[in-house]
Design a protein around this ligand. Structure first.
Ligand code: NAD
Ligand code: IPM
Ligand code: MN
Length: 369
């Protein structure tokens, strides 16, 4: 009996539906080649859900996410919804999924595919062979800390405030994810914070140091301030194996790291809620980029990050390692043939890149069958 998986598909706004369409084509091809059965359920999330239901994520959609083996998420947001209060915005859809499914570690691999060595804005010798993993804490920190708000001041002005908090437990659980991942890689973790100016950063450093000594002495650990890390990522990115950091720094540093791989449109992600599991269920898979309102509806969006998110889902949530590798190889082969959207210097459309990946995947699946 072939295995059956429930996958909740949330295309979202802007380029989300455009890149998701290509990712779903790839998923259906994998289904046909592998004999596994994917039960795809679609729902609205983000701005489109606000327009249809008055809320970025229906409770019912949240329940379907909880019951699914995995959630494939596109991107949400856009200028249309920018005036809304923070509790009503499209972005709440993804924040709520992370928080309420207790998914605390967002894995963002920055891997340079050989065919793209010339596509990056950095020199080939700086980025050639790059393979780094950013582990971003994503259920705490500045995004969720209380108190937060905007208050009126007596001088007629306003004061906006947020709070960054990190507890021992929150740091240890994401730290364990990073150390475990490192053991299967080059065994090096770089922990990133601002322990020189923030209490939350200081606690982060102390907890990571103790966790390392207690549970992972075989892995190499070093600490770095976030501002230096941003600089080092551009100067000499290959010095890093696994970077572990908080929610806000992880958000920023991963967009930066994406450009080492050629484009923001190349970076997938997996959001998981366990330290080390055979299969992560549920988990959320999404590109790190947003809804790109500036190019939405024009066929210009690079679908690779969304397709590579499918590969991460196959590997981490569905136990389909071989198929995951085939999808990744199909992307590399298509890129080598010049299947590129304008962000990578090419002139193909989103659909044409999808076509190219599918063609490569068909070939690879036939050869490996
Ligand atoms: P963005 O990531 O949407 O776009 C930044 C730049 O990168 C734009 O110039 C865009 O055209 C380009 N870009 C992004 N993805 C691309 C792709 N696949 N192919 C080619 N070019 C691509 O960030 P932004 O413009 O700052 O934010 C737009 C909206 O997206 C905001 O509402 C933001 O909150 C939201 N957002 C959502 C997510 C998510 O849903 N996970 C992530 C980031 C931003
Ligand atoms: C990301 C996005 C989100 C974040 C937004 C849309 C809430 O930028 O996934 O990187 O900041 O986490
Ligand atoms: Mn981001």
């Amino acid at each position: 009996m072939s295995e059956s998986f429930r996958i909740l598909v949330l295309p979202g706004d802007g380029i989300g539906p455009e890149v998701m369409e290509q990712a779903v084509r790839v998923l259906k091809q994998v289904e046909a080649d592998s004999g596994a059965s994917f039960e795809l359920e679609y729902a609205l999330a983000g701005g489109c859900a606000i327009d249809a239901h008055g809320t970025p994520l229906l409770d019912e959609t949240m329940e379907r996410a909880r019951a699914a083996h995995a959630v494939l998420f596109g991107s949400v947001g856009g200028p249309k919804w920018e005036g809304l209060g923070f509790d009503l915005r499209p972005e709440i859809a993804i924040l709520r999924l992370r928080k309420e499914l207790n998914l605390f570690a967002n894995l963002r691999p920055a891997l340079l595919f050989d065919p793209l060595i010339e596509a990056s804005t950095l020199k080939p010798e700086v980025i050639g062979g790059l393979d780094l993993m950013i582990v971003r804490e994503c259920a705490g920190g500045l995004y969720f800390g209380e108190p937060r708000g905007i208050e009126a001041l007596s001088n007629g002005g306003k004061r906006g405030y947020n709070t960054e908090t990190y507890s021992t437990e929150e740091i240890e659980r994401v730290g364990r994810v990073a150390f475990h991942l490192a053991r299967d890689r080059r065994s090096e973790v770089c922990s990133v914070e601002k322990a020189n100016v923030t209490e939350s950063g200081l606690v982060w450093r102390e907890v990571m140091t103790a966790l390392h000594q207690r549970e992972f002495p075989d892995v190499k650990l070093r600490h770095m301030y976030a501002d230096n890390c941003a600089m080092q990522l551009v100067r000499a990115p290959k010095q890093f194996d696994v970077i572990v950091t908080g929610n806000m720094f992880g958000d920023i540093l991963s967009d930066l790291a994406s450009m080492l791989t050629g484009s923001l449109g190349m970076l997938p992600s997996a959001t998981i809620g366990a330290t080390s599991a055979e299969r992560y269920n549920p988990a959320v898979y999404e590109p790190i980029h947003g809804s790109a309102p500036d190019i939405a509806g024009k066929g210009l969006a690079n679908p690779m990050a969304q397709i590579l998110s499918v590969a991460m889902m196959l590997r981490l949530s569905l136990g389909m390692t071989r198929q995951a590798a085939l999808v990744e190889q199909a992307c590399i082969d298509a890129l080598a043939d010049g299947a590129r959207t304008p962000d990578l210097g090419g002139s193909l459309t989103t659909v044409q890149v999808g076509d190219a990946v599918l063609k490569k995947l068909e070939r690879l699946a036939a050869v490996s069958a």
